[in-house]
Write a protein that binds this ligand. Sequence first.
Ligand code: PLP
Length: 308
Amino acid sequence: MTGDTHTTHTAEDDIRNRDIKIYVNGALLHRDEAKVSVYDSGFMLGDGMWEGMRLYNGKWAFFDEHMDRFFNSCKAVSLDVGMDAEGILAALTMTAEANGMTDNAHCRMMLTRGIKDKPFQHPSLSRSGPTLVIIMEHSRPVEALQTRGIRLATVPQARGLPMTQDAKYNSHSKLNCVIACLQAEQAGADEGLMLDPHGFVNTTNACNFFIVRRGEVWTSTGDYCMNGVTRQKVIDLCRADGIPVFEKNYSLYEAYGAEEAFLTGTFGAQTPVSEIDGKPIGTGARPMTERIRALYKAAIQENVGAVP
Ligand SMILES: Cc1ncc(COP(=O)(O)O)c(C=O)c1O
């Protein structure tokens, strides 16, 4: 990455993360010791599913929604989780306690099909049972991104059709997104804006994408992109607060001319977009993004039972 590159996942440096403990199938190991087999199907094939979640006030925000997506994805690829959502919560709690984390922590909870007998693709070669890994870090998104914003470049790598690799799988294999991210970086931007197979604006390589035009909030139809928990929260919050919100097809023409644009994701909540393909978005004033951020913050506080 170049020195000036920022992503929506840029976090404040926190030296405590150098000594965190990682959960690996029930064991808690120092990050330098936490390892999975080179025969693991996640390493070998990207054959696994994951969730990113944030811990506030001792509670995982929107846990039920994350579990809903996770268990649906695992079912769709016949990946036996080996436990229910309560079991996952117990593993998360164990990891948080081992790390003394109660607030402003982020986890990447990953489940793969497990260790293979031989280095080949067939799922039946994974006979060990699944591998569950939880990486939990102290994490505060960089506040400066709220004023600086993210610079997007539209990239040649497009979103796929659901009958190839459905974008709703939060799978270990993120190569489509990684290629898009590389293309954006090579174009001098922070993240890639990806189009759908018809050329409509869809999503970025790591977040969902929204624009604001004439007081309305627009996002893609939801086809071809990750069914983001934050995306759905933003849509629901707009509806509840009387903000006109539309899931629709639109082109770069409308994105370039937007008054505001922002990204959504569990890590960064809502992150403003400052430019797309070198074109500045709006005037830099972001009243709608700020309004939605405030609504989202209140929704998290309500969800985790924190006093605002
Ligand atoms: C490609 C992509 N888009 C969007 C998101 C945001 O989803 P969420 O709001 O559930 O964090 C993610 C997060 O995993 C993602 O990988």
